[in-house]
Ligand binder design. Structure first.
Ligand code: NAD
Length: 497
């Protein structure tokens, strides 16, 4: 293996090593012999330097007209197009998901660049008539200051782009802490931002662990907003840490998403959707279809076809274009998957229909591979049907009718994504109305969001905010209501006749 490159933090427009001189390795989960890169193992003093740079840069950046800020974002989108293939290959090497999907991940950053660049000339406020004569009223968005962005590893470039780009177009400065498993994709994105002309200090990146970098970053007094995507457990800790000072938080967390297959569904279509939703990204998507709630009338047909296809999935290194499912991200994640399979078999007593094995031989010997696993006859209250596994495990839960399916679908602590397969427009509309998730699909899987609609979930998936679309502007700006009285006298709202 060639010697791995060392990557630095990005603080105040400079690529700098962390103050302690410590580093960590970023290894390929498909072949852990490969060190993809060596990154800075930063700590609080690096965070302090980055926040100080962002705070200083904010003084000027907030005054740059939004259409001018957006010009940088247009250039970012163009440069990402040129680098898409290289970045996607590197993403597969650091994260494991197949090339088709890492290209999609990079594409999402491209789409978000252009979308948010457009917001440079929108960010519409309101004007509205005043109740008093000779008085003008409007609302405008204002930036918030220094944003702390904390991101997960499963969408290594897309999710950072969902946060960085709206933050910038709204006039904020930022410090991003990438997930320790995927700092290279964030490095690539930050490098593009730098090369496209983001002024020094506006964007800063500090790599390292959640406890050593994430903690001091989210607790920093000069940070106005923490935008976090990750597990519900850590999201709660972020929420608690920010509550005493009422620091804004935007939390995007876990999911236990369901596909409902009705008796009139096109079963083959539902099988395709369930495979893509259940085993895409090796089940490591917040929107993964880890539950299939299937009408008893089509349960056997669906199950037989689904299990046959799951068994046939080609598993391997995502750089091979013919591979359909890559490895888990880490040994820890794989152990979680295996633990849940044991819970499924022993504690839940669910029926294991296929899979259940770690793959260790031949090409799998140096990676975190597991086969596609399906449990049948699952009770909705079993742990494998309630808890987020984040691996290639799908549970099939029988239901009697649409209402029963919706009740099961809504019966978890999460509320991110769901879908229904039906040919009956009435059933589709009922499901659309009654399923309590932030995202809903009809005759499609639980994954496939586009950047111009709000993204996020209900209940313990989120805290009421949404990413992407114009909803992201609400996260990264605050409203200011402005009243201009040109009557030349004191006028009193609600009091004067
Ligand atoms: P995680 O919660 O372990 O880590 C997320 C980020 O938080 C990482 O950068 C991590 O280093 C950091 N972190 C960890 N502990 C911290 C602490 N004490 N203080 C501050 N930061 C800390 O999650 P993960 O394993 O990286 O990602 C998987 C999870 O993310 C899943 O639960 C998945 O559903 C969720 N996710 C949600 C969405 C969404 O939009 N709802 C999208 C993708 C992933």
């Amino acid at each position: 293996m060639p010697e791995a490159k060392v990557y630095n933090n990005f603080i105040n427009g400079e690529w700098v090593p962390c103050k302690s001189g410590r580093t960590f390795e970023n290894r390929n989960p498909a072949d852990t012999r490969e060190v993809v890169g060596i990154f800075q193992k930063s700590a609080a003093d690096d965070v302090n330097a980055a926040v100080a740079a962002a705070k200083e840069a904010y003084k000027k950046w907030r005054l740059v007209p939004a259409p001018r800020r957006a010009e940088i974002l247009f250039r970012v989108g163009k440069m990402l197009i040129d680098k898409k293939e290289d970045f996607s290959q590197e993403m597969t090497r650091e994260m494991g998901k197949i090339l088709k999907e890492t290209r999609g991940d990079t594409q999402e950053a491209i789409d978000m660049s252009f979308y948010m660049a457009g917001e440079g000339r929108r960010q519409f406020g309101q004007t509205t008539p005043a109740e008093l004569p000779n008085k003008f009223m409007m609302s405008v968005r204002m930036p918030m200051g220094v944003c702390a962005l904390i991101t997960p590893w499963n969408f290594p470039m897309a999710i950072p782009s969902w946060k960085i780009l709206p933050a910038l177009v709204c006039g904020n400065t930022l410090v991003i802490k990438p997930a320790t498993y995927t700092p290279l994709s964030v490095y690539n994105l930050i490098k593009v931002l730098d090369e496209c002309g983001v002024p020094k200090g506006v964007v800063n990146m500090v790599t390292g662990s959640g406890s050593e970098v994430g903690e001091p970053l989210m607790r920093h007094d000069d940070v106005s907003l923490v935008s976090f995507t990750g597990s519900t457990e850590v999201g709660k800790a972020v929420s608690e840490a920010c509550a005493p000072t009422f620091k804004h938080t935007n939390l995007e967390m876990g999911g236990k998403n369901a596909i409902m297959v009705m008796d009139d569904a096109i079963v083959d279509l539902a099988v395709e959707g369930a495979l893509w939703g259940g085993f895409g990204t090796t089940g490591q998507r917040c929107t993964a279809a880890s539950r299939v709630i299937c009408h008893k009338a089509v349960l056997k047909e669906f199950t037989d076809k689904f299990v046959e296809r799951a068994k046939a999935l080609k598993i391997g290194n995502g750089l091979d274009e013919t591979v359909e499912m890559g490895p888990s991200i880490s040994e820890d994640q794989l152990q979680t998957v295996m633990r849940y399979i044991e819970i499924g078999i022993k504690e839940d007593k669910a029926k294991l229909l296929c899979g259940g094995n770690r793959l260790t031989k031949g090409e799998y010997a140096h990676g975190y591979f597991h086969d596609a696993t399906v449990f049948g006859e699952v009770d909705p209250n079993m742990r494998i049907a309630q808890e987020e596994i984040f691996g290639p495990v799908v549970t099939i839960i029988p239901c009697d009718n649409l209402e029963h399916g919706i009740e099961i679908c809504n019966g978890t602590q999460y509320g991110l994504s769901a879908s229904v397969y039906t040919q009956d427009v009435n059933k589709a509309f009922v499901a659309m109305r009654d399923v309590y998730t932030g995202i809903f699909y009809v005759n499609s899987s639980t994954i496939g969001a586009e950047v111009h609609l709000p993204f996020g979930g209900t209940k313990q998936t989120g805290n009421g905010h949404r990413e992407a679309g114009t909803a992201a502007l609400d996260v990264f700006s605050e409203w200011k209501a402005i009243y201009i009285d040109f009557s030349g006298k004191l006028q009193k709202a609600q009091i004067d006749d």
